[in-house]
Design a protein around this ligand. Sequence first.
Ligand SMILES: Nc1nc2c(ncn2[C@@H]2O[C@H](COP(=O)(O)OP(=O)(O)O)[C@@H](O)[C@H]2O)c(=O)[nH]1
Ligand SMILES: [Mg+2]
Length: 206
Amino acid sequence: MDSVTSDARTPLSASADNGLKIVIVGGFGVGKTTMVRSVSEIRPLNTEETMTQAGAAVDDIRAVRGKTATTVAFDFGRITLDARNVLYLFGAPGQERFWFLWDRLFSGTLGAIVLVDTRRIDDSWYAIDRLEHHGTPFVVACNDFGGTAHPPAEVRAALDLEPHVPLLHCDARSRESSKQVLISLVEHISGLAAAPHPEPLQELLP
Ligand SMILES: Nc1nc2c(ncn2[C@@H]2O[C@H](COP(=O)(O)OP(=O)(O)O)[C@@H](O)[C@H]2O)c(=O)[nH]1
Ligand SMILES: [Mg+2]
């Protein structure tokens, strides 16, 4: 396995004592590894493996021609927010055989980014279902693979997204665009935290 280890160019500050976790989930070849690489301040730790013929039966590569490596565990990156707060990014593989990892990965997670390739929208259903089940806040980001952009209303309907879930457009190869997705997620999370309870308690009391 040609694993890459994080380098020491940006050592973690000794005062950093608060680790926040965000996960990036989505189907095979949707751009998770690319996004973690775009925003991480360290060379991301990942476990890319050259794809072999043995994987052909399990990974549907027809839609992602040119892809020669696949993530066999997960991607890991880091962003220092300030002296004390550090954001850890986990890119979780979307292939069905790794779904058992997700429930563990989601625990203690601040929120998630669901990456979507609008040509293969149904690859994202399972991720959304699991996140809703866990009550993990998330935003959905459609990664730009060129071609016709689908109207947001169409994507929202296809994913059966609740109206309060932000739907964005991004290019995972761009640091700026990926950063915007992270910022939207953090804004969404803080908006949820500030929102009043939808069911006022008084109405439930006699
Ligand atoms: N055109 C385009 N290609 C992308 C974009 N993001 C990723 N890719 C390419 O799509 C392929 C799959 O991306 P990867 O990050 O490995 O997907 P993962 O399986 O979700 O980790 C790679 O060859 C990337 O270079 C994007 O925003 N636009
Ligand atoms: Mg990957």
